[in-house]
Design a protein around this ligand. Structure first.
Ligand SMILES: *Cc1c(COP(=O)(O)O)cnc(C)c1O
Length: 391
């Protein structure tokens, strides 16, 4: 039985396939880690965001088991009904203290947390007049969607172009201004100029919202990419996602207590959804301990980053972008070439994703190599050798 709307979908899918833009999910068996089984093949994976190897850490797993036995699986209700468990609360307190902010709020996902912050602080619905959101053009898709869905005026500035941002701020007469940036850019691995952004926020009386999905757990003793000034500033709102270096799931927003309270009152993606299983918050508490005590893991990660960058000097296959973070993008150029390189690596048992347009700008398709403390020096050496062989 076909009907017009279904036929249009089928044509859309066929067009994606023809343009090599069709997405396919790989099938994972067993635990996430440096060595994984994907589509039945054992590979070394260079594509997870499990930067510290905590996703299958025995202490985190044990904390989850204990909490499961004690409080079951489902939270059963939203946070504002009866779903707010002591584990959620304890994690919020511990997280706020660790990142050096007065208060924190735990969300089920980073996507929902970003939607909450932009909507509640700059959106059309809850303020007398909508605000204006200023975002870096390379911000994560969830921030772009959140800005659009909030109904705020949405203005984008060229990646890292603070002069353009300043002129946009000067022109704005919005009562509530919010600057939003990835702290570590997810496809490039570079770090936002936090203090310079804060200068602009102060000069133009704006909020500064920093999404540290890829810096939390990794940068500055694990406390993430905030500078001391940004930690101390009441205008800075900090987000860490907890499915990456923390190895679990969810996201936490840390900020002035009034911001957190406002989110509890007004953020619809916090209010109108079931609380995450308390067991996950128990895992997060243990993961936070591991991050705090994680200097050995971070040292191993830093050494892998150095090994890769030194090992790929003089590579002919592509250009390694300047990055000191676990995200090490190797720019190849055309979509098809990046896909071919990714497929060739897979034949050597090395899983490295090809990131294509429209996720990244045209002709900058890349192999997005991510490193983890769970890798061995030998894993990294294998990748270096295979990449030279391809080039
Ligand atoms: C992964 C990511 C998110 C989304 O977080 P989830 O918890 O996976 O929904 C948000 N922002 C950035 C920069 C990310 O990389």
């Amino acid at each position: 039985m076909s009907f017009a709307a279904l036929t249009r979908l089928q044509q859309g899918l066929a067009a994606l396939q023809a343009d090599h833009l069709e997405r396919r999910r790989l099938l994972l068996d067993g635990a996430q880690g440096a060595q994984i089984t994907i589509n039945g093949q054992r590979v070394v994976s260079f594509c997870s965001n499990d930067y510290l190897g905590l996703a299958a850490d025995p202490a985190v797993i044990a904390a989850g088991h204990a909490a499961l036995d004690q409080c079951g699986v489902g939270a059963g209700a939203a946070h504002l009904i009866t779903g707010h468990h002591r584990y959620h609360q304890d994690f919020e307190t511990a997280f706020a203290q660790f990142v050096g902010k007065p208060a924190a709020l735990l969300f089920s996902t980073g996507y929902m947390a970003n939607l909450a912050v932009l909507t509640a602080l700059a959106g059309r619905r809850h303020l007398d007049r909508g605000g204006e959101v200023f975002g870096d053009k390379l911000n994560h898709a969830s921030l772009v969607d959140a800005a659009q869905l909030s109904g705020a005026t949405f203005t984008r500035y060229r990646h890292g172009d603070l002069a353009q941002l300043e002129s946009q701020l000067t022109k704005s007469d919005a009562p509530d201004k919010l600057i939003v940036s990835d702290l570590v850019f997810s496809m490039d691995g570079d770090i936002a100029p936090v203090d310079a952004l804060l200068d602009l926020a102060e000069r133009h009386d704006a909020w500064l919202f920093l999404d540290d999905a890829h810096g939390f757990g990794v940068l500055n003793d694990g406390r993430g990419g905030l500078t001391e000034r940004a930690r101390a500033s009441d205008r800075v709102i900090y987000l860490a996602t907890l499915g990456k270096a923390a190895g679990v799931s969810g996201a936490a927003v840390a900020a002035h207590a009034a911001v957190i309270d406002w989110l509890v009152q007004r953020a619809r993606s916090y209010i109108y959804t079931t609380a995450s299983p308390p067991m996950l918050a128990a895992c997060l508490l243990e993961s936070l301990h591991q991050i705090e005590a994680g200097e050995v893991r971070r040292e191993r990660l830093r050494s892998h980053i150095m090994q890769l960058r030194q090992g790929l000097a003089g590579l002919t296959l592509g250009v390694l972008m300047p990055s000191g973070t676990p995200i090490q993008p190797l720019v190849i150029g055309a979509n098809a070439d990046a896909v071919r390189a990714s497929q060739a690596l897979l034949q050597h048992g090395l899983l490295v994703p090809a990131i294509r347009t429209p996720t990244v700008p045209v002709n900058t398709a890349r192999l997005r190599i991510t490193l983890s403390a769970a890798h061995s020096a030998d894993d990294v050496a294998q990748l270096i050798e295979a990449l030279h062989a391809l080039g």
